[in-house]
Design a binder for this molecule. Structure first.
Ligand SMILES: C[S@@+](CC[C@H](N)C(=O)[O-])C[C@H]1O[C@@H](n2cnc3c(N)ncnc32)[C@H](O)[C@@H]1O
Length: 188
């Protein structure tokens, strides 16, 4: 067989392998505190609009999955952007997507980091704009971390919420049962 066909076959085998690992990772993630379910692009656009991103904002997606939210932001804004997730496979996919967008000159920011860690242990005191699509249980667990955010910092959460007197809260109802919650940290 000619080498070209062997190379094409190897390429397709690798693609199939990546797809199987991705699907397996998605299924297994349902045993975690928060499973991997990507935010729909229509919602991401709405979340970004509602966030009203300012040049000085330090942006983070808690549980960044395959990097959908942070990549959409990185394509439009020159801000500091961080994605954190505890899945090595999703971190690998996110880094790979950012690398591809970078080499094709599609990123507005050079200031981004993708970190593999547990968001429950991550210090949020320097962040000013948080995106998340988690669960109510995870949001409640994060409440103490959220309270360390600086005054004026915003949390944009798709569908899930938490309770705290330290935030001004707004709920935006979207078609169907979906909601976006906006929290603004009150000055202490
Ligand atoms: C519902 S998905 C959201 C993915 C992404 N933000 C998006 O909107 O497309 C939640 C993500 O949180 C991650 N996750 C779950 N528990 C975590 C933890 N303790 N620390 C960091 N990431 C976690 C999962 O791996 C998953 O990718």
């Amino acid at each position: 067989m000619n080498t070209f066909f062997i190379a094409v076959q190897i390429f397709y085998l690798l693609l199939a392998l990546i797809l199987i690992i991705y699907l397996l990772n998605t299924v297994l993630s349902f045993r975690k505190l928060v499973p991997y379910v990507p935010t729909p692009y229509k919602i991401i656009k709405k979340m970004i609009r509602l966030a009203d991103i300012k040049p000085a904002d330090k942006i983070i997606d808690l549980g960044s999955g395959s990097g959908r939210i942070i990549l959409e932001i990185a394509k439009k804004f020159p801000n500091q952007i961080t994605g954190i997730d505890n899945s090595p496979i999703l971190i690998f996919i996110t880094r790979w997507r950012f690398w591809l967008h970078k080499i094709f000159g599609r990123l507005k920011t050079k200031n981004y980091q993708i970190i593999k860690t547990d968001f429950l242990n991550y210090d949020l005191s320097q962040e000013t704009l948080i995106f998340c699509f988690l669960t109510n249980q995870a949001m409640e667990k994060l409440a103490a971390n959220f309270e360390k955010l600086p005054g004026g910092a915003k949390i944009i959460s798709y569908h899930f919420h938490f309770n705290s007197d330290e935030f001004q809260q707004q709920r935006i109802d979207i078609k169907g049962r979906a909601k976006i919650y906006i929290y603004v940290k009150l000055a202490s």
